[in-house]
Design a binder for this molecule. Structure first.
Ligand SMILES: Cc1cc2nc3c(=O)[nH]c(=O)nc-3n(C[C@H](O)[C@H](O)[C@H](O)COP(=O)(O)O)c2cc1C
Length: 351
């Protein structure tokens, strides 16, 4: 499946982008997430979206590695049934580090009791926030009535959020899509159900499930959710630069934004957006090399050299996309096996 980001990435020095950066600042603020027993203040409202296979601990750490970093990061989606039946492998997806705090752990499933049990397990392991996936379009998930299939069942949405929220007491957020079948908009009803179940916030990706990642994230649909809900609504989809971030805020009135694919190979995007506009940040070549090296180091330290480098290959391809000379060494990127090989390729490409 092609899930490359769409939308043009603007360099910070373009005049349009500078203007957008200036206007963006007034939209940044902390967000308070209210749970049944605890509340949590997230320092800013620019968040890293959950991306299965991408936003693991090493990637989250590089995104957080700046004074201007996402206010909240999410684990990859974790199966509640996986936690219930198998335990450790699924739990490992929520392994965390103080440097990335706060982490929200995203769970998916369709059985309120199992999801509640799973959320309570994560609370007991020290997690402060739980997110529920109601947007995953993958057939193997939706065919079990999980992920975006839940959009068709608002009663079940309410029950799930209520059960999870009661069981863990933590703030529980929900991530939804515009709807399931193209043309049948379900997001307002789904979001209202989440709110009445006790959700602390709802993130909306403005695409239907059947669109997967094609077309555009629809800001009108997100705006309808913003207008219908009392709790914060987070706009998601196609944010890749200051202009698209500003457009999400202005077109929808959302309380915050969530960025996924825009951060692939560009974890410094958060720093670019959040740095005060009078002194805009654009990474130097040295910054880029040191970010990639830090990412590779985290991957190797946390996963071991063989697994870490295998996982890094796709990131290296994203980091070097469009960089002059990178195409010639692409094959070698996909064959890299060791930390030293990966680092010397990066130095060769960015020399
Ligand atoms: C590779 C990939 C993995 C994803 N994994 C998840 C996931 O685990 N949980 C989730 O809620 N959304 C997931 N999404 C959806 C994103 O969080 C986001 O909603 C979507 O990509 C649109 O935002 P963007 O244009 O900023 O990427 C995934 C998307 C991609 C491309």
């Amino acid at each position: 499946m092609n899930f490359e980001r769409n939308g043009e990435i603007k360099n910070n020095t373009s005049s349009q982008n500078l203007e957008a950066l200036g206007k963006l600042q007034k939209h940044f603020h902390p967000i308070t997430l209210q749970g049944k027993e605890t509340q949590f203040e997230v320092q800013n409202n620019v968040w890293l979206a959950p991306l299965a296979g991408v936003t693991d601990l090493p990637f989250r750490l590089v995104c957080k590695n700046s004074p201007y970093s996402p206010g909240l990061v999410f684990s990859e989606m974790i199966s509640a049934k996986g936690v219930h039946y198998k335990g450790n492998n699924s739990l490992a997806l929520a392994d965390s580090d103080d440097k990335e705090a706060p982490l929200s752990v995203q769970i998916f499933g369709s059985e309120p009791d199992i999801m509640a049990e799973c959320a309570a397990i994560f609370r007991d392991r020290g997690v402060s926030l739980i997110d529920i996936n109601m947007g995953c379009p993958m057939q193997k998930v939706t065919s079990n009535g999980e992920g975006s299939a839940l959009l068709k069942n608002p009663l079940l949405i309410e029950k799930i959020v209520q059960s999870v929220s009661n069981a863990c007491g933590l703030p529980v957020t929900v991530k939804i899509r515009r709807g399931y079948e193209i043309g049948n908009e379900l997001c307002v009803e789904a979001a209202l159900a989440a709110e009445s179940g006790g959700a602390a916030a709802v993130a909306v990706h403005g695409r239907f499930r059947d669109e997967y990642y094609s077309g555009k994230s629809n800001t009108d649909a997100i705006k309808k959710v913003v207008n219908a809900l009392k709790i914060p609504v987070i706009g998601n989809g196609d944010i890749v630069c200051a202009e698209s971030a500003l457009n999400m805020f202005e077109a929808t009135g959302c309380s915050g934004i969530m960025i996924g694919r825009g951060a692939l190979g560009k974890p410094w995007l958060f720093r670019e957006l959040l740095t005060p506009a009078e002194n805009p940040y654009t990474p130097s070549k040295e910054d880029i090399i040191s970010t990639i090296n830090a990412h590779t180091e985290y991957a190797v330290r946390l996963k071991g050299e063989s697994h870490g480098i295998t996982e890094m290959r796709k990131h290296l391809a994203w980091y070097t996309k469009g960089v002059k000379g990178a195409a010639a060494v692409r094959d070698r990127i996909f064959k890299a096996r060791t930390f030293d090989e990966a680092c010397s390729l990066i130095n060769e490409i960015f020399k």
